[in-house]
Design a protein around this ligand. Structure first.
Ligand code: NAI
Length: 270
């Protein structure tokens, strides 16, 4: 059910890989709510071709950008402003990748080249995106930027490995840049800490299936779905959350503040 919450707004959506992607669902919801969008992803991800379906549904151009390349990002923001005929109101950063996790390297035996790459793609890319927008003055006043994160930034989930460190850095960048962009342009920057969700990135984590069931049992409301994450993100792009910035917002059915649930206790047996 749409409410025109984003009527007249213009945004860039990073990270729609396939229809399970949180960014895919968010792109669709933003357009349903009246926004115009530009879709972007790394050139290698675009070659898979799936995004063209989404582009058709959303009537959106696709502009390739590797989020670790300043030239690509500068081109993306410049072309997007040309396309919209003006500045941008919202940006979704929905990007994550750890080569160590993908290759099953345990946290005590990390490869540092992989670690470096993972930090650049999953965390520093947010700084790169924000700095590009800041220097080009590409965002309108009261613009909104959301990045997706996971609770492993605060608490240990052993198989999340170096992605946990990347997420801590991502959340920190959102706070730090949130200060500077808030002062300069009243732009707000927040992270949404989402429940485990079945997507390409999520499924790369060892034991993900069992882990989703555990989180489901631990959360009073159950796990939040990708569609629900898209709904929440729309509210953060809307004018109803103008004074929310520099926050890490848990969207996890109550998981983050539950010590233990009856359902988990019962599953332990005696
Ligand atoms: P996904 O695999 O659909 O999306 C990850 C995206 O990152 C892909 O579109 C991929 O092409 C893009 N990407 C990778 N390297 C890139 C680069 N160099 N430049 C530009 N884009 C690049 O998976 P999902 O789950 O939708 O991930 C979106 C975000 O949500 C990630 O930040 C992830 O860590 C976060 N998240 C996911 C959870 C889950 O359980 N799936 C839980 C909490 C947060």
């Amino acid at each position: 059910m749409a409410h025109n919450l984003l009527q007249g707004k213009k945004g860039i959506i990073f990270g729609a890989l396939d229809e399970n992607s949180i960014a895919w669902k968010t792109a669709v919801r933003c357009v349903e709510e009246g926004a115009q969008i530009v879709l972007t992803n790394a050139p290698i991800a675009l070659r898979m071709g799936e995004i063209n379906k989404l582009a058709e549904t959303c009537k959106a151009p696709v502009i390739p950008a590797d989020a670790t390349s300043m030239d690509d990002l500068s081109n993306l923001f410049t072309k997007s402003m040309e396309h919209f005929g003006g500045k941008i109101d919202f940006v979704l950063h929905s990007i994550g990748m750890s080569v160590n996790v993908r290759k099953g390297k345990p946290y005590t035996d990390l490869d540092y080249d992989f670690f470096h790459k993972g930090l650049d793609i999953s965390a520093m890319s947010l700084h790169r995106v924000l700095q590009t927008a800041y220097k080009l003055d590409a965002l309108n006043e009261w613009g909104s930027v959301v990045a997706l994160t996971y609770i492993a930034a605060q608490r240990v989930f052993p198989d999340y490995s170096d992605m946990a460190d990347a997420k801590s850095m991502l959340e920190s960048i959102s706070r730090s840049f949130g200060y500077h962009y808030g002062v300069k342009k009243k732009v707000r920057i927040n992270t949404i800490s989402q429940s485990p969700t079945r997507t390409t990135a999520g499924s790369g984590v060892k034991g993900f299936g069992d882990f989703i069931s555990y989180a489901e049992k631990m959360s009073p409301l159950g796990n939040a779905s990708a569609d629900q994450c898209a709904d929440y993100t729309v509210t953060l792009f809307s004018d109803y959350t103008r004074m929310v910035t520099m926050q890490n917002l848990f969207h996890d059915g109550g998981f983050s503040f539950t010590g233990v649930s009856q359902s988990v206790i019962e599953s332990m047996g005696e």
